[in-house]
Design a protein around this ligand. Structure first.
Ligand code: UD1
Ligand code: CA
Length: 459
């Protein structure tokens, strides 16, 4: 098998993005554009990847190097031809696929398809082209009869050439030997004074190489991101693709236009997702869950039949079967919510193991806590986990405990099985199994006293 090397061009400045972030690091559905392209190359089993970086190269390197991708610095951005040269083509053998770092919608299937086509047709050089109704700034594919003749950049094209609808997607497949031989012949005598990679087509044709276009119908490959509008369009496309995939698998999505689920997420059949829901990262949602509007769920596991009510925020947590959360609950990292447990409005949990069938219905903060099964946490309960020594301490509440409303538990503290905490108690000492803990000032009723404070009525 012929070896394949991908050269990805990502050296350009991305001026039209008007953003301090290098263009290829802008995220599309939660993933930097360049990472998307690299992972599709890896999925397509490309043996070697050479990424050409330039503008903001240190930042780009810090993102791609952990993925094991080699970077090649293009010192000055002298054009796409020069960018390919920077990838040190002399040390490449076999076939080369050249991709644009700003075309984030390419898939492994597209890449494999182009390579197969190139090999079956025994070409030396192929440009991937597509027909577009609005050819915008794309380079035009100029043909004589059926024969490909050249690629002409929009800026250098005549009015007649600009009418051509077949355009250069900016992707090519080429034999390494051809690159080595003809790349040095590219000149910069054009309107931008740049070395255009597109000139390789006419040079190779003049030298009787087998050159043609691979015409693709997959318009997404031609979606280049040059500004924020095109970035948003790419993002929209990826979210829509994901919704369509999930709907095909039996997930009920009320409005795919306003549902934002990253590709890494899995959702079980029969789950219902309301509008304006964001689901991120490696989140797994089981079957028959209901996720109401404005929920934000990141890196979480939701088992079967979980109900997430409106406005709930969940990060790095496990929610077990048939638990109910929200509206307006906040579940912070390292939290596990037990089966059939209920977390109500304005309840915040952090690093909590919350037991099966336990309830915290309203206005509560639980942090660094171990809560048993069938526990009732009354409204306004607070675990005081952060002490004056600036350290965190743990609260343990055993099975079937009843914590009355407006109680504080000053950690470290432990409440035994079946104990009751009277409303308004500040628990500072451990509570034995089955005990009642009550710690509040004794109430005194002063008969007739209210009158003293009530202004006399005039009548
Ligand atoms: C290029 C093509 C055009 C094609 C279009 C598809 C040329 C001359 N033109 O135009 O025919 O229709 O892509 O999107 O090739 N880059 C570098 N170093 C440089 C210049 C560019 O690494 O010196 C990188 C950019 O980061 C980008 C890619 O090459 O990822 C394409 O460059 P860009 O300037 O966006 O080319 P276009 O004008 O879009
Ligand atoms: Ca471009």
């Amino acid at each position: 098998m012929t070896k394949t090397t991908a050269i990805i061009l990502a050296g350009g400045q991305g001026t039209r993005m008007k953003s301090p972030l290098p263009k290829v690091l802008h995220p599309v559905s939660g993933q930097p554009m360049i990472v998307r392209i690299l992972s599709q190359c890896l999925k397509a089993e490309i043996e070697e990847i050479r990424l050409v970086v330039g503008h903001g190269n240190n930042l780009v390197k810090s993102v791609v190097e952990p993925l094991g991708v080699a970077t090649y610095v293009q010192e000055k951005q002298l054009g796409t031809g020069d960018a390919v040269k920077s990838a040190q083509v002399d040390s490449i053998e076999g076939d080369v696929i050249i991709l644009n770092g700003d075309h984030p919608l390419i898939t492994a299937e597209d890449i494999k398809g182009f390579l197969t086509d190139f090999r079956e047709r025994k070409l030396d050089l192929a440009v991937v082209s597509v027909e577009l109704d609005n050819a915008k700034e794309f380079g035009r594919i100029v043909r004589q009869g059926n024969q490909l003749k050249a690629i002409v950049e929009a800026k250098d094209a005549s009015a007649e050439t600009l009418k051509i609808k077949e355009v250069n997607t900016g992707m090519y497949v080429v034999k390494a030997a051809l690159l080595k031989k003809f790349l040095p012949q590219i000149k910069n005598n054009n309107s931008k004074g740049e070395f255009y990679l597109t000139d390789l087509i006419s040079i190779a044709l003049d030298n009787k190489c087998a050159v043609d276009a691979i015409v693709t119908k997959n318009k997404h490959v031609s979606h280049g991101v040059n500004n924020q509008v095109e970035l948003a369009e790419a993002t929209k496309y990826v979210y829509m693709q994901k919704c369509q995939q999930l709907m095909a698998e039996g997930v009920i999505i009320l409005d795919p236009n306003s549902t934002y689920i990253e590709e890494t997420v899995v959702v079980g059949a029969g789950s219902v997702i309301y509008p304006n829901v964001f689901i991120r990262g490696k989140t797994a949602v089981g079957p028959f869950c209901v996720i109401e509007p404005n929920a934000f769920i990141s890196e979480a596991i939701l088992q079967d039949g979980v109900q997430i009510k409106a406005g709930t925020y969940i990060e790095s947590a496990v929610i077990k079967s048939q638990a109910k959360l929200g509206p307006y609950a906040r579940i912070r990292p390292d939290t596990t919510i037990g089966e059939q447990a209920q977390i109500g409005n304005f309840v915040e949990l952090k690093k909590v193991n919350f037991g099966k069938k336990s309830k915290a219905g309203h206005l509560t903060y639980l942090g660094d806590a171990e809560i048993g099964e069938d526990v009732n946490i009354g409204c306004g309960t607070i675990t005081c986990n952060y002490a004056a020594d600036r350290k965190k301490y743990k609260t343990v509440i055993k099975d079937r405990v009843f914590v009355g409303s407006d109680s504080q538990l000053v950690a470290p503290v432990e409440v035994g099985h079946d104990a009751i905490i009277a409303s308004g108690t500040t628990v500072t000492k451990n509570v034995p199994d089955g005990a009642l803990a009550i710690g509040r000032a004794k109430q005194e009723n002063k008969e007739g006293y209210a009158k003293k404070f009530t202004p006399a009525k005039k009548d």
